[in-house]
Design a protein around this ligand. Structure first.
Ligand code: HXC
Ligand code: NAP
Length: 284
C-alpha cells in the first residue's frame, strides 16, 4: 500500500507503544522506515517489545520508562529522545487507561486515574513537545488516538468518555492555533480492535458476539487497518489534513445513530408485508 521509505527520516514518539495498538502502529512505522521511541510505565514490557520489534523489522527502537501523568518526566523523556536520535518529528498520543463500571460505583480516585492518563497525559506530552518544536522552529505532526464515544458519549465508560472528548477538542483547537508554527494535528477514532488491554477491562464474558453484531461489517477491526491509517496520517502525504478526527469502526457508531437502522432485523417476507401496509395507507 505504501512505499517502503514513506516514513524515512522521521522519529516517532509513541506513548503506550509497547502493547496493543501502539505496538502494532509502531511496527508498521518501522517497516516504513521510521525510528521509534516507545514510552510507558512498564519498562520490562517495553524492552521485550522493543527487542521483538527490532527483530521483526530491522528498525531502531528506544524504550523509555514514562508515566505520562508526570510533566517533568515527559520533559525528561523528550530530552532522552533528542539525545538519542537528535530530533523528533511526530508524537502519537496512544496511552490510555479504561474499565467499564456503573458511574455511581466509581470513587473520585477511579475518575482521576482514567482522566489523568488520557487527558492530562495527552496535554502533558503535547505541551512539552509543542514548546520544543516552537522554540526550535521545527515543523511537526501530532496524532491522537481517541474513540468514537468521544463524540457520542457512552455510559459505563464515563471517565474515558469525557477524557477522550477533551483530547478530541485539544486536537481541533491546536490544529488551528499551532498551524502557524508548522505543527499539525489529527485524531483517529477507532471502533473495537481486539487487544488484551481493552478486552480484559471492557468486555464482560460472553458478550463478544453482541459487540460484533452492532457493527455493519460484522467483524472487529484488524490492527493492520489501523496501522495503515496511522501511517498515512503521520506521513508527509497527508500534510494538508489538519484538525480531522477520522473514524475507523466498520460503520459501528453510525449504525447506532441512524433512526431506522434497526430494521435490518426484518426478513424479506416482513419487508413485503411492510410494503403492502404502506401501499394500503397511501390509498386512504
Ligand atoms: C470500580 C475501580 C475498578 C473497577 C479500579 N478501580 N478498577 N473502581 N471498578 N473495575 C478504582 C480503584 O479501586 C481505585 O480507586 C482507582 O480506580 C485507581 O486505582 P489504581 O490502584 O490507581 O489503579 P488500578 O486499579 O491498579 O488500575 C487502573 C488502571 C489500569 C491504571 C487504569 O487498568 C491500567 O493500567 N490500565 C492501562 C491499560 C488500559 O486500561 N487499556 C485499555 C484501553 S482501551 P480507590 O478509590 O479504591 O483507591 C480504551 C478504549 C477502548 O481506552 C474502546 C473500545 C471500543
Ligand atoms: P493497551 O494495550 O492497554 O494500551 C494502553 C497503553 O497505555 C499501554 O501500553 C500502557 O502501558 C499505556 N499506559 C497506561 N497508563 C500509562 C501512563 N500513566 N503513562 C504511560 N503509559 C501508560 O490498549 P489498546 O487497546 O492498545 O489501546 C491503545 C489506544 O487505543 C488507547 O488510546 C485506547 O483508548 C484506544 N482505543 C482502543 C480501542 C480498542 O478497541 N482496542 C478502541 C478505541 C480506542 P503501561 O502499562 O506500560 O504504562
Amino acid at each position: 500500500m505504501f512505499q517502503n521509505d514513506l516514513l524515512q527520516g522521521k522519529t516517532i514518539f509513541i506513548t503506550g507503544g509497547g502493547t496493543g495498538l501502539g505496538r502494532s502502529m509502531g511496527e508498521r512505522f518501522l517497516e516504513l522506515g521510521a525510528k521509534l521511541v516507545i514510552a510507558s510505565r512498564k519498562i520490562d514490557t517495553l524492552e521485550k517489545s522493543a527487542a521483538e520489534m527490532v527483530e521483526a523489522t530491522g528498525g531502531e527502537v528506544l524504550p523509555i520508562a514514562l508515566d505520562v501523568r508526570d510533566y517533568k518526566a515527559v520533559e525528561g523523556a523528550l530530552e532522552k529522545t533528542l539525545q538519542h536520535f537528535g530530533s523528533v518529528e511526530i508524537l502519537l498520543n496512544n496511552a490510555a487507561g479504561n474499565f467499564v463500571s456503573p458511574t455511581e460505583a466509581l470513587s473520585h480516585k477511579a475518575f482521576d486515574v482514567i482522566t489523568d492518563i488520557v487527558l492530562k497525559g495527552s496535554y502533558n506530552t503535547t505541551l512539552a513537545f509543542g514548546k520544543h518544536w516552537i522554540n526550535s522552529r521545527q515543523s511537526a505532526r501530532v496524532l491522537n488516538i481517541v474513540t468514537t464515544y468521544a463524540t457520542t458519549g457512552s455510559g459505563y465508560v464515563v471517565p474515558s468518555s469525557i477524557a477522550k472528548a477533551g483530547v478530541q477538542t485539544l486536537t481541533r483547537s491546536l490544529a488551528v492555533e499551532w498551524a502557524r508554527y508548522g505543527i499539525t494535528m489529527n485524531a483517529i477514532a477507532p471502533g473495537p480492535f481486539p487487544t488484551d488491554g481493552a478486552w480484559d477491562r471492557l468486555l464482560p464474558p460472553g458478550l463478544e458476539a453482541k459487540f460484533v453484531d452492532r457493527i455493519p461489517l460484522k467483524r472487529v477491526g484488524e490492527h493492520i487497518e489501523l496501522a495503515n491509517l496511522a501511517s498515512f496520517l503521520v506521513s508527509d502525504q497527508s500534510q494538508y489534513i489538519n484538525g480531522e478526527v477520522i473514524t475507523i469502526d466498520g460503520g459501528e457508531w453510525l449504525k447506532g445513530a441512524g433512526e431506522f437502522n434497526f430494521l435490518d432485523v426484518l426478513s424479506p417476507a416482513e419487508w413485503k408485508a411492510m410494503e403492502l401496509q404502506v401501499r394500503e395507507a397511501n390509498k386512504k
